[in-house]
Design a protein around this ligand. Structure first.
Ligand SMILES: NC(=O)c1ccc[n+]([C@@H]2O[C@H](COP(=O)([O-])OP(=O)(O)OC[C@H]3O[C@@H](n4cnc5c(N)ncnc54)[C@H](OP(=O)(O)O)[C@@H]3O)[C@@H](O)[C@H]2O)c1
Length: 215
């Protein structure tokens, strides 16, 4: 059965999934990079970006789990890049270089149409302007029985959460205070949506929690 999953989504102690003022130098917004301090040193992330070594243990286990049995991804347009409005820079192909770490079809939610972009390593970015339900339909079909991972950012996850479409969500709560930015769970009643916490593991870098929705 295809699960609709969020994995390795980092939030601050005060609930922000991104800092304010995203730009080329600050993909996660100002101060937001610290949200991923638990993930960057892990073997999974180091390998992803072409380095050897990296830490093992619970942080790495969670990072690695996020890539198991994923057949398609969904991203919001702001996670894909800092360009807003019409696609004025057709050279922009995401933050991740020629071979992005997805290796599957990736459906990017946007109101501005753009041709699909095939990348090296099996990733193809498709731009979906028909809304989040249609993006999920397309991702499910592309995943061919594997899971669909909702990568983020904040606005994208919030839509799928509120529509009760996310089966499982791993959040890494980082010991970081951002003060301002994009709040993941503001005014979202997780209990009413049917979520309960099914797993929690604390490391020195983050507290990992897994939320699952009762059907
Ligand atoms: N903490 C983490 O683990 C983590 C993980 C991933 C990303 N992030 C960060 O999160 C931030 C981005 O989050 P965000 O909330 O600003 O934005 P986002 O969810 O990435 O993208 C939002 C944009 O996507 C388009 N969109 C969303 N839903 C749509 C729909 N139903 N139909 C059509 N278009 C739709 C809209 O763009 P247009 O209308 O402009 O086309 C909207 O402004 C970035 O800083 C990123 O680095 C954090």
């Amino acid at each position: 059965m295809t699960l609709i999953r969020v994995d390795s989504f980092s939030i601050s102690l005060d609930g922000f999934g991104a800092g304010p003022g995203q730009n080329l130098e600050n993909p996660l917004g100002i101060g937001g990079r610290a949200l991923h301090n638990w993930a960057f040193p892990t073997r999974t992330f180091q390998t992803m970006f072409g380095s050897e070594g990296g830490t093992t243990g619970p942080d790495d286990d969670f990072a690695a789990r996020g890539f198991v049995n994923v057949g398609a991804w969904i991203l919001g347009r702001n996670m894909f890049g800092p360009i807003r409005g019409e696609w004025t820079d057709s050279d922009w192909k995401g933050w991740w270089g020629a071979s992005p770490p997805y290796h599957t079809p990736v459906f990017v939610l946007t109101h501005h149409s753009r041709d699909s972009i095939p990348m090296e390593g099996g990733t193809t970015f498709h731009f979906v302007t028909e809304g989040f339900s249609r993006a999920l339909e397309r991702a499910r079909a592309a995943a061919q029985g594997k899971d669909v991972r909702i990568g983020g950012g904040v606005a994208t996850i919030r839509q799928y959460l509120q529509a009760r479409l996310i089966d499982r969500m791993h959040l890494a709560i980082s010991p970081v205070i951002l003060g301002t930015g994009e709040r993941l769970l503001a005014d979202i009643d997780l209990l009413a949506l049917g979520y309960k916490c099914t797993e929690h593991v604390a490391t020195t870098n983050a507290t990992h929690v897994v939320l699952e929705r009762e059907k």
